[in-house]
Design a protein around this ligand. Structure first.
Ligand code: GN1
Ligand code: MG
Length: 354
């Protein structure tokens, strides 16, 4: 059984004819689509190594979904265990699960089908952050400390390098990562941290595949994967969304010649963000938009390399060099941003009218 019976019964005591199949391509949790007489639900076995306090995480998420609903915005709907107010159920092996309602006829994309999809995803993520940042009276706790603190990610990579087993010490990659850290010299690695930009609520994991689309259309249903919604800045979301969708090749492409920036896609993302945020962002933020794409991509290169040095304990790997391949593709993409900086900044100026 892909989802243990006791877990299905905990959330859906009446369910019969239960069938489960894998859903999506997230790296952290195991996600299953469960169809039963009770309807369609998404079950996730949560990764408690990555998120040490699952109660705190669900506490954040329920505040986020309540705030979104209160403001008339679409969002996810989590179930409590029948007869309790807990959003988490345990299986017999000690695993922890949650359950949410599945929106019918929806899907996610690893590779964007069109610029219109991208513009709509950008709008949805921008609106998500804007809505929650305007909401008063809730407290979101950090679910992972210093998640987008790139200088600390750099330090963590250095430490992992010192502690790594010899067979994982990929010297050219280590050298290339260190050499590339200063690609935007005026901002270094701390250009998105306070006091450089104002912090507010952001999603912090804006991969394109964390945006749910209606099947057969370019319309967004809602933003998903709310595990890292906490204090941050909209540029972190913009940068990460660009990272995952301006390049036609996947995050783990082996052929580095495939790593290119599609300026039309980038333009669509900038337009989507501009439509929502144009009148509320500062010049300092606009000046950091292209930098945010570099930084979030570089940060992922650091994180993948750190994981390679630590034997793949965070992201996992489908083959021994997988995290090294991911490192190289992300570093290549980050350096392409540096090379195309002028053209990309031109597109930002066009959309934001500055
Ligand atoms: C993870 O869970 P998923 O696949 O949406 C990671 C992100 C990375 C991404 C890289 C909590 O996201 O930060 O950008 O992989 N999430 C966490 O693909 O670390
Ligand atoms: Mg995730």
């Amino acid at each position: 059984m892909r989802v243990p019976q006791e877990v299905v019964k905990a959330f859906l005591p009446q369910a019969e004819n239960v069938e489960a199949k894998p859903l999506g391509s997230g790296h952290i949790h195991r996600t299953e689509l469960v169809e039963s007489s009770a309807g369609q639900h998404v079950f996730q076995r949560l990764n408690s190594e990555v998120f040490p306090d699952l109660q705190l995480m669900m506490g954040n998420i329920t505040q986020v979904t309540a705030a979104m609903r209160q403001r008339g915005e679409p969002t996810l709907d989590f179930l409590t265990v029948a007869g309790s107010d807990s959003y988490l159920a345990r299986d017999q092996d000690g695993g922890t699960w949650r359950c949410s309602v599945h929106y019918p006829d929806t899907l996610t994309y690893d590779i964007p089908p069109s610029p219109a999809h991208l513009k709509n995803a950008a709008r949805a993520f921008a609106r998500f952050g804007q809505t929650l940042s305007a909401h008063q009276g809730f407290t979101l706790h950090p679910t992972i400390a210093d998640f987008h603190h790139t200088p600390k990610r750099f330090e963590a990579m250095e430490k992992a390098w010192r502690d790594a087993p010899d067979e994982r010490r990929a010297l050219p990659d280590y050298f290339a990562l260190r050499q590339s850290a200063n690609s935007f010299p005026e901002f270094g690695l701390h250009g998105l941290l306070p006091p450089q930009v104002v912090h507010a609520v952001s999603h912090n994991d804006t991969k394109l595949n964390n945006c749910l689309f209606q099947e057969g259309s370019d319309q967004v249903v809602c933003v998903i994967d709310l595990d890292t919604v906490m204090e941050g800045n909209w540029l972190m979301d913009f940068g990460d969304l660009c990272r995952t969708s301006i390049c036609p090749a996947p995050e783990d492409a082996e052929d580095l010649d495939e790593i290119q920036i599609d300026l039309q896609r980038f333009g669509a993302l900038v337009e989507g963000y501009a439509e929502v945020l144009k009148d509320s962002v500062s010049q300092a933020e606009i000046d950091r938009m292209v930098y945010s794409v570099f930084l979030l991509t570089y940060e992922l290169a650091l994180r993948f390399f750190t994981d390679y040095l630590q034997k793949d304990r965070y992201f996992g790997a489908k083959y021994p060099q997988h995290n090294l391949v991911r490192t190289r593709s992300q570093l290549t993409l980050a350096l392409k941003v540096t090379a195309l900086r002028k053209e990309m900044e031109g597109l930002v100026r066009e959309s934001f009218g500055v």
